[in-house]
Design a protein around this ligand. Structure first.
Ligand code: SF4
Length: 374
């Protein structure tokens, strides 16, 4: 989502007459489009921003901007503007004002600042449709296409609903127009993006209908989607994966934990048996389809037994690959209020153990596939 937002920002600025620099040394303005999902990512941004020491106009954009708001200016005095993900369309105007301000008080040694409002906040509305039509893509053959913004699931560890606002769906006609524009530029591969793509609904068009419409577009060779939520994913989307010739035969289905107690505490909305039934149905319908997942280790109160249950599920599910994360407490979320977070060393041990387990499974699957080919 952030990769696409960065393209949108570049496209909007280019349209407004700015030039995108290849290196940071050449740039007058540096915009950090940030993620707040894990603390580690935030720490890296603070440290990198600090390294510019007033020599550039620095903008903090994205989820950290929404998360820290005014506090960002206190934390780093070099920041000139802070814009949440819902308001990236306002960046060119904001930057224009900053440059005007700089013109009025030439080189007094201070970092230029916007004199009026420094922050625009989420209003919970869909972002203006124009932002998706700026004709800026990082890749010459692949485009990310946002189908829905925000999320209303409120998983207890996740900051996304707070920083990106509630779930909103783009109109299906607008999505198709954007893809046609990408095709006209020579793009043949597309990834449809949303925090919970299966919940997509625009009047009569649900997610599987949208998949059918994208598949029918001339010029598209392959497409996929990201991310599915186990509480909303189902047979319809699996059949679409099987039947639509251009849709990639793969599914990313975040599990997060293999212990019912933890899943409940995470507010994920499904139990282990539901997840297992879902992947069983996926494998029966999409023969040979790839399956990947996300797992969090060290969620508050996670016991040895809970962790063992997650490992048991990983063995049973035999994912092609898994993205395994150490739990990171995010201020403002429900999980951040929970006691009994694991010690970093214990988290590390569990992380390594499950990572090794999954690596072994991935390797085995790969070598079986190679043997079958030979
Ligand atoms: S589904 Fe849960 S984890 Fe995913 S973005 Fe929404 S709240 Fe976060």
């Amino acid at each position: 989502m952030n990769v696409r937002d960065s393209e949108v920002i570049c496209g909007l600025l280019q349209k407004a007459g700015y030039r995108i620099s290849v290196t940071d040394q050449d740039a007058d303005v540096i915009i950090f489009n940030t993620c707040s999902v894990r603390k580690h990512a935030e720490d890296r941004v603070w440290s990198l921003m600090g390294s510019y020491k007033g020599s550039k106009i620095i903008g903090l954009v994205g989820c950290m901007a929404q998360n820290y708001k005014e506090q960002a200016f206190t934390r780093d005095a070099n920041i000139s503007f802070v814009v949440g993900p819902q308001d990236i369309d306002k960046i060119p105007k904001m930057l224009g004002k900053i440059l005007e301000t700089r013109g009025q008080s030439p080189n007094n040694g201070d970092s230029p600042r916007l004199l009026e409002r420094k922050i625009w906040e989420t209003e919970g509305k869909l972002r203006p449709e124009e932002i998706y039509h700026t004709d800026f893509y990082q890749d010459t053959n692949h485009a990310y296409v946002v189908i829905s913004e925000g999320c209303s699931n409120f998983c207890s560890y996740c900051v996304v609903p707070y920083v990106r606002g509630p779930l909103r769906h783009r109109k299906h006609q607008d999505i198709l127009i954007e893809i046609r524009e990408a095709i006209a530029r020579g793009i043949t591969k597309v990834t449809l993006l949303g925090q919970n793509v299966n919940a997509y609904q625009d009047n009569q068009v649900n997610f599987t209908k949208l998949l059918g419409q994208v598949n029918a577009l001339e010029g598209i060779k392959e497409f996929d989607f990201f991310t599915s939520h186990p509480k909303d994913a189902g047979v319809d989307s699996f059949k679409a994966i099987r039947d639509l010739d251009k849709l990639a035969k793969r599914l990313h289905l975040p599990l997060q934990s293999g212990a019912d107690r933890i899943l409940k505490s995470m507010n994920r909305g499904y139990a282990v048996k539901d997840y297992l039934a879902l992947i069983d149905s996926y494998r029966k319908i999409v023969k040979g389809g790839r399956l990947t997942t996300d797992i969090i280790v060290g969620f508050p109160t996670e016991t040895d037994q809970d962790f063992k249950e997650t490992c048991a599920l990983v063995k049973k599910a035999r994912f092609n690959a898994a993205y395994i994360f150490k739990y990171s407490s995010r201020p403002g979320t429900e999980a951040a209020k929970m006691a009994d977070e694991l010690k970093p060393g214990d988290k590390e041990k569990r992380h390594k153990k499950i990572l090794d387990l999954q690596r072994g499974i991935s390797k085995e699957i790969r070598s079986r596939q190679t043997d079958a080919k030979n």
